[in-house]
Design a binder for this molecule. Structure first.
Ligand SMILES: [Zn+2]
Length: 575
């Protein structure tokens, strides 16, 4: 099987793709992936396909018809090799997309490469017709603008960047070479970058004992505007980050955060993989309830390894944890839909805010549940074993052998250490919606951390019960706290705040709300072309905080028990 990529008019952002595929006989079904690993929702990449045609070796048209949105049925009788030609519109630039302009060809093959069942495991050669002066960043070794993938899975998992702007450095850990590629307008601080990357890479490999591949590539798309995104692959990750000027400034911790997270995925998801994704079925939705392992454990461990390896201070680490606690607390979906069910439904609304209070995040809930499991493992093993021992076992006992993971396997591997049933944990918190705040606080306390809550900094959020956002001189209600003053008064999501006590607001809704803190308040909103007055309930509004700010602090050393000190040491220790 062969693919040829041409970029005749890059400004039009269409990549001309030619695929030579062995015919399946009288009829050949040709598929384009409907989704990409890392994003468990339909991507419907076929919407970017134009000029689709199929020819025989003589260049004669072969008849075809679409069977569904990403499948073509070709009449291929008497033809050995089909020449499939199409253009792919590549105008989206993120960590999982395919993009073309005059400076670069960036391909995520799972977006734009077709396949057939019969040739899925065949070797694939790829030819890139690109300018001679462009460099190529590709985990599959590219020589003379050509490379090979051992099968479609490997091709689909191997994004590459061809560009005139690539910068490159590498480092070694335990015999593995790690390449860092930066594409775009960026002035890298290589020394700092490599010191930090080496630390979290070493610490992760130390825990898993081996790294799954002999080479790894961080492919970073640095853009001049705000962007934060990463996607994992077996031998690489694509990270999209911006604005450029902040990457080695205030965004540096995000660069480290996403890089450590994606590297951890090399073991967890690319190797330790839910059974439903073993192997991947690119043709249709692939439902799994295990997103709390795939993304949850990765979110937890990605940050924790930054702390354990000394890249993050404890305070920096706790800030990341605070973000997860805040998201958990602010989402009332936690009372309505379990993280396992929310994982199943990522295909429906996993990547949009969606209906209020309907579901939870596999990242946030998965991270906090992982922390709690980590502490329980320490507790039941006299501080001898942790969640990363469970993950190491999953890697060596299942992933290496290509066996997919189930909830039962995960729970069993945990219970081998705890020696006591953890069924309650999975029933109540993973598959159930029981409030786990008390358990979470106990776990924080076990490692000497204390959770505090306070006024959120927003009058609207804390005292009136609505989160608002002000953009382009317009103040909009984003979310409403159930039974808060604004909820009782009839505010709805999307309302535009016009005035507070008849004072027209001008980017200062918060200030006027604060000004009238002790008075009766009427908020006027615009809603679907009408002005509506919302009378807030009379009486003292400051005796209750609705939306709060949550933050973790380490308990002072002299107030810690010996047990807390030991548990903290074992929890944060690398060995
Ligand atoms: Zn992830």
């Amino acid at each position: 099987m062969k693919f040829i990529f041409d970029i005749k008019n890059p400004q039009q952002q269409y990549i001309q793709i030619t695929a030579e595929i062995k015919s399946s006989g009288d009829e050949t079904e040709i598929f384009l992936p409907a989704w990409r690993p890392g994003r468990y929702e339909l991507g419907d990449f076929a919407k970017n396909i134009n000029h689709f045609g199929v020819f025989n070796e003589k260049g004669e048209d072969l008849p075809f018809a679409k069977q569904n949105k990403n499948t073509w049925l070709v009449q291929s009788k008497g033809t050995e090799v089909l020449i499939v030609k199409y253009s792919y519109y590549a105008a989206e630039l993120n960590a999982g997309s395919t993009y073309l302009d005059a400076t670069q060809l960036y391909v995520n093959p799972v977006n734009c490469c077709v396949f057939t069942d019969d040739t899925y495991d065949d070797e694939i050669s790829v030819q890139l017709n690109i300018p001679d002066e462009w460099k190529v960043a590709n985990p599959l070794k590219t020589i003379n603008k050509q490379f090979k993938a051992s099968n479609f899975d490997e091709l689909a998992d191997s994004p590459f960047i061809c560009s005139s702007q690539l910068q490159h450095k590498s480092y070694e850990v335990d015999g593995t070479t790690f390449h860092i590629w930066l594409n775009g307008i960026i002035k890298p601080d290589w020394e700092r970058l490599i010191v930090d990357f080496k630390k979290f890479t070493e610490s992760q490999i130390k825990r898993f004992l081996i790294f799954p591949t002999d080479e790894y590539h961080f492919l970073c798309q640095i853009v001049p505007y705000k962007l934060y995104h990463g996607v994992e692959h077996c031998k690489s990750t694509v990270i999209a980050l911006g604005p450029s000027y902040a990457v080695f400034g205030e965004l540096y911790k995000e660069l480290l955060g996403v890089s450590s997270h994606e590297l951890y995925h090399t073991w967890n998801v690319k190797a330790i993989r839910p059974i439903e994704w073993t192997p991947y079925d690119f043709k249709k939705e692939s439902y799994s309830k295990l997103g709390y392992i795939a993304e949850g454990v990765t979110t937890y461990m990605g940050d924790l390894f930054l702390y354990k390896s000394g890249v993050f201070t404890l305070d920096q680490y706790l800030l990341e944890m605070n973000t997860q606690i805040q998201k958990h607390k602010d989402n009332f979906g936690r009372y309505n839909y379990s993280v396992a069910d929310s994982s199943f439904d990522t295909w429906l609304d996993g990547y949009t805010p969606g209906a209020p209070a309907r579901k939870v995040s596999i990242y946030t809930e998965g991270c906090l549940l992982s922390f709690m499991l980590d502490v329980h493992l320490l507790k039941f093993t006299d501080n001898n074993y942790r969640l990363d021992d469970v993950m190491t076992n999953l890697y060596h006992k299942y992933a290496i052998k290509g066996i997919g993971v189930t909830e039962e396997i995960y729970q069993t591997e945990i219970e081998k250490f705890t020696n006591t049933s953890m069924q309650w944990f999975f029933d109540d918190y993973v598959n159930g919606t029981k409030d786990y705040t008390p358990e979470l606080i106990k776990c924080f306390n076990a490692v000497g951390l204390k959770l505090y809550s306070a006024y959120s900094g927003s009058e609207f959020a804390s005292y009136l019960g609505a989160k608002i956002i002000t953009e382009s001189n317009e103040t909009t209600v984003l979310s409403i706290y159930p039974n808060s003053p604004l909820d009782t008064a009839g505010a709805i999501i999307g309302d535009k705040v016009i005035s507070v006590n008849d004072i027209v607001i001008n980017n200062d809704a918060e200030e006027w709300a604060k000004f009238f803190r002790d008075d009766d308040v009427t908020v006027t909103v615009a809603r679907k072309g009408q002005l509506i007055q919302l009378q807030l309930p009379k009486g003292n509004r400051t005796n209750q905080l609705y939306y709060k700010r949550y933050y973790l602090r380490k308990i002072a050393d002299d107030k810690l028990t010996q047990e807390q000190k030991q548990t903290f040491e074992s929890w944060s220790d690398l060995d």
